[in-house]
Ligand binder design. Structure first.
Ligand code: NDP
Ligand code: 2IT
Length: 449
């Protein structure tokens, strides 16, 4: 193990997700660093793995019964070499410093790949929004923003949504910021269309993911037409990924949440997807309810002790993990290969473990890492920032066209960088190298700060 990685582990004990993300990047950029003495002398990798600032705070709130709760809030301001810190907020009981540091670290390279001037950040809280009333969510968001508002700003750090933070939460967070700071600025993205939001932001991560996959397939003279697709998750990213898969002639057959997954062999068509969107976004129900409405589908409860997730064992052409980190391990990768999957594009952040990625690559599965394939969300957040700064707002078609162009550009950038370093066709290496070089060069130019 290199000294750099040893040091990261020593300095961040027990933070396994952060170690995993750092090692994954290091393995592919090591060659670039070896070739570039300036990167070594300026200790770019050592610096890029250390957050510029990590804010850690208490959030108190009162539930509907009057009981007081204490949660932990965080903002990791990881790197501002190419622009203001930018990245989502996650509300989930599993949130801790390791998870947010891994996400903020990934975000540095993802944001660089979009071609827009955005640095990397991430934040959130170990708050579980499940089963909470709207009033409880609102009070939590207000408590959270009470501290976060001191550390963010539209030219400093611009958070957005992630797991557990969608349109409703962004609304409460934005309202709280506006009131506390007495200013109406684009301090958050993912805002409502009537109050500074961008058209297509809700759709952007899922749509961008499928545009990316479309580019990968086109590179191989293929398309999504008629392709059976495994999708995990049933939140924002999964919903719009399924929507775009359907538009492009593919057939999604699975969706999941933390309680399990549904398999609908006949395909989740547009009407069934509408049902899922209403179930998840308005009624905040569980995916198991899908089989009450469509009894020919099968629900399988999740089993954390199992050696593999049966969702990934169904025969299919493409796979789009859109739930959470490390949802595809070695056994799942073998099952995907056995089931005929030829393309896996990540909607979630780091859903595939490193050994599982190796298996996919060894079996010639086209593999797109999340920092490239799910960058459409943050890219459209970047477009929202531009619209907020300029006061000029684009149409749906204009934003969608820009999103498509950005995804094509990221796709081509990955291939170009991979080829340059002798790893032709390897999107993982290409994404890491291109993202790293851009940020490293900016850090070099700005001196040791
Ligand atoms: P949502 O909260 O809208 O949906 C998350 C989905 O994943 C839900 O179906 C949820 O199920 C499931 N899920 C979450 N945690 C777990 C878990 N530990 N085990 C099993 N299932 C789980 O989030 P998003 O759709 O926004 O985010 C999904 C992924 O995409 C995340 O990895 C996120 O970081 C990534 N991403 C999101 C972007 C965005 O713009 N929103 C942009 C780029 C990446 P349940 O409801 O039961 O918790
Ligand atoms: O992981 C991600 O890229 C996001 N959650 C979106 C971040 C953003 O600022 O839009």
């Amino acid at each position: 193990m290199s000294n750099i990685i040893k040091n990261v582990k020593l300095r961040n004990p027990g933070e396994t997700e952060f170690h995993q993300a750092v090692e994954e990047v290091y393995e592919t950029v090591e060659k670039v660093i070896e070739k570039n003495e300036k990167y070594q002398k300026a200790k770019i990798f050592e610096r890029i793995t250390e957050p510029e600032r990590l804010i850690y705070f208490r959030v108190n709130w009162v539930d509907d019964k009057g009981e007081v709760h204490v949660n932990r809030g965080y903002r990791v301001q990881m790197n501002s070499a190419i622009g203001p810190y930018k990245g989502g907020l996650r509300f989930h009981p599993s949130v801790n410093a390791s998870i947010l540091k891994f996400l903020a670290f990934e975000q540095i390279f993802k944001n660089a790949l979009t071609g827009l001037p955005m640095g990397g950040g991430k934040g959130g809280a170990d708050f579980d929004p499940k089963g909470k009333s709207d009033a409880e969510i609102m009070r939590f968001c207000q408590g959270f923003m009470g501290e976060l508002s001191k550390h963010i700003g539209n030219r400093l750090d611009v958070p957005a949504g992630d797991i557990g933070v969608g349109g409703r939460e962004i609304g409460y967070l934005f309202g709280a910021y506006k009131k506390m700071r007495n200013e109406f600025t684009g301090v958050l993205t993912g805002k409502g269309i009537g109050w500074g939001g961008s058209l297509i932001r809700s759709e952007a991560t899922g749509y961008g993911l499928v545009y990316f996959a479309q580019n990968m397939l086109a590179e191989n003279k293929d398309s999504l037409q008629g392709k059976t697709c495994l999708v995990s998750g049933s939140g924002n990213v999964a919903q719009y990924a399924m929507k775009k898969i359907l538009i492009l002639g593919g057939k999604p057959v699975t969706a999941s949440d933390s309680s399990g997954y549904i398999y609908d062999e006949s395909g989740i068509d547009a009407e069934k997807l509408e049902f899922i969107m209403d179930l998840k976004n308005n009624r905040r129900g569980r995916i198991s309810e899908y089989t009450d409405k469509y009894p020919s589908a099968v629900f399988t409860p999740s089993d954390r002790s199992a050696e593999s997730n049966p969702l990934w064992a169904h025969p299919a052409d493409c796979a789009f993990p859109c739930a959470t980190q490390n949802e595809i391990d070695v056994n799942d990768a073998h099952n995907l290969v056995k089931g005929g999957v030829k393309l896996l594009a990540e909607g979630a952040n780091m859903p595939t473990t490193s050994p599982a990625i190796t298996i996919l690559l060894e079996n010639n599965v086209l593999y797109a890492p999340g920092k490239a394939s799910n960058a459409g969300g943050v890219a459209t957040s970047g477009l929202e920032m531009v619209q907020n700064y300029s006061g000029i707002y684009w149409t749906r078609d204009e934003v969608d066209t820009k999103l498509k162009d950005i995804m094509k550009d990221i796709h081509d950038t990955c291939l170009k960088a991979a080829k340059e370093f002798g790893m032709e066709g390897n999107y993982q290496a290409g994404a890491n190298i291109a993202g790293f070089q851009k940020v490293a060069d900016a850090m070099l130019a700005q001196g040791v700060i």
